[in-house]
Design a protein around this ligand. Structure first.
Ligand code: ADP
Length: 450
């Protein structure tokens, strides 16, 4: 998704600038104390400080922008932000070069990095405009220095001789090479980036097609599972009628066999039900959403599971905020998601343990919430954590602890989260328990739920 990509690139660009700030101070200290070059260090340190300060401002603005991710104006604002950053950096680089020798300074090659970054981050037109800005600014500086108009020239001792600065042929041929190098760099970089963008588009189209095929497959599985489920339910009913003694007397041996068959049918029914749920969620293209209260949903699910928890003497706790925590979501899906997480908590916790659910609303952000489902159960080994959301995956420890299980509960959770643009992560300690953290929607600042 192009928006996700730009968001990541903006983060990367700001991170890169922290390194640039360190680089600037390192180079200044080296040239002053090791190479003992005479330069207007006051102005250069001030430049380093300005770079640091505006990166702090960009950092905070970027955090603010992240919260607005995928809102109506986000794309426009993010593009404008990327352009502002590159322009600010170009102005800064021109200033540094001016105070440190102008055309004599070998750091003029660093403009090439900026042109490459502009080609990656911006549209082609914007990249060309940024190049023109660099050429114009640098042209103005060296013209000013050469003709001694308004701006002085700061000679960089030990590099090239100062008289070259006043040699018109040298200055303007260097400038011509500089300008053409920048334009050629942008031409080549934008061509490569355009090809990559086209390739990415093709991959996205192929992915959409694959998703469509996956949905068709899920519809097929859904139909088959539905038929199997109704037949299994009928078989189970018939077996129960015999077990409950509503038919003619059956021998002890036959009763035992029927009881075993009934248990297997129950297990199969659970499996088919999970498969049906998973394929139903996967096959749904446009999820029906409405405003629902998360707080009420949590209460409902906890109530439904209370007898299951009591049967194992497990304390089932909830910590809910005062407000209702209203979100735009699919009610059945959210209930199912919570049910699966809490059921797992109860299933994988020994007698007299504890399972809890904490819900917290993100202050000042409508429709954003965090919640945590914690248990004091068997825990999940670190190496198993990446696999538990895979379809049909069950860990050895889990299988030894409870035989019943389909390995589909967390796959259902994953699909529901995907449809709601929410994310989940797990922390666990073997023998002590697990915590599942949920964060809705993606991009809201994570706040710890204790
Ligand atoms: P199932 O519980 O039917 O095996 P799930 O998809 O719900 O399938 O879970 C997949 C695996 O993740 C489980 O088999 C278990 O190994 C691990 N797991 C999930 N929840 C917990 C939990 N609360 N505590 C320990 N292990 C868990």
């Amino acid at each position: 998704m192009v928006e996700e990509k730009l968001k990541g690139q903006l983060d990367w660009f700001i991170r890169l600038r922290w390194i640039a700030v360190l680089g600037v101070f390192a180079v200044l200290l080296l040239s002053r104390y090791i190479f003992e070059i005479r330069l207007p260090y006051g102005a250069l340190y001030a430049g380093g400080a300005i770079l640091l300060l505006y990166n702090i401002a960009f950092f905070f603005y970027n955090q603010k922008l992240r919260l607005q991710f995928i809102t109506e104006n986000w794309w426009k604002k993010a593009n404008c932000f990327a352009n502002t950053q590159i322009s600010a950096d170009l102005i800064m680089l021109v200033c540094f070069i001016h105070f440190a020798g102008g055309i004599e300074n070998p750091f003029i090659f660093y403009f090439i990095f900026h042109m490459v970054i502009a080609s990656i981050l911006l549209s082609n037109t914007a990249a060309w405009l940024q190049t023109t800005l660099a050429v114009v600014l640098f042209g103005m500086v060296i013209t000013g220095e050469h003709f001694q108009i308004i701006i002085p020239h700061y000679h960089l001792e030990g590099f090239i001789q100062e008289e070259y600065i006043f040699n018109r042929a040298y200055v303007f041929s260097t400038f011509a090479v500089f300008a053409t190098t920048l334009y050629i760099t942008v031409y080549m970089a934008t061509r490569i980036v355009n090809r990559l963008r086209a390739r990415e588009k093709e991959v996205t189209v192929a992915n959409t097609r694959l998703e469509e095929q996956d949905r068709l497959k899920s519809q097929y599985v859904q139909r088959v599972s539905h038929d199997i489920q109704s037949s299994l339910a009928t078989i189970q009913n018939c077996l129960k009628i015999i077990l409950d003694g509503y038919t003619d007397a059956v021998s002890e041996k036959a009763l035992e066999m029927i009881s075993r068959a009934e248990k297997k049918t129950t297990h199969l029914l659970c499996f088919v039900k999970d498969l049906l749920n998973l394929s139903r969620i996967k096959a749904t293209k446009d999820l029906e959403k409405s405003m629902i209260s998360l707080k009420e949903t949590v209460k409902r699910v906890v109530e439904q599971l209370s007898s299951e928890a009591q049967a194992k003497n497990i304390s089932l706790q909830m910590e809910l905020p005062d407000n209702l925590c209203v979100v735009n979501a699919n009610s059945d899906n959210v209930e199912e998601l919570l049910m699966n997480l809490l059921k797992n908590g109860i299933k994988y916790t020994a007698w007299k343990g504890m399972v809890s659910v904490h819900l917290k609303k993100v202050d000042g952000k409508e429709g954003c919430f965090h919640f945590k489902v914690r248990d004091t159960g068997i825990g999940i080994p670190a190496e198993e954590l990446p696999k538990i959301f895979e379809e049909f995956y069950r860990s050895k420890d889990a299988e030894n602890f409870v035989r019943e299980g389909t390995g589909l509960g967390l796959s259902i959770v994953k699909e529901i989260l995907k449809a709601h643009r929410a994310e989940i992560w797990v922390e666990s300690c073997v023998g002590k328990g697990s915590s599942f953290f949920l964060h809705y929607p993606i991009g809201t600042t994570a706040i710890p739920v204790h």
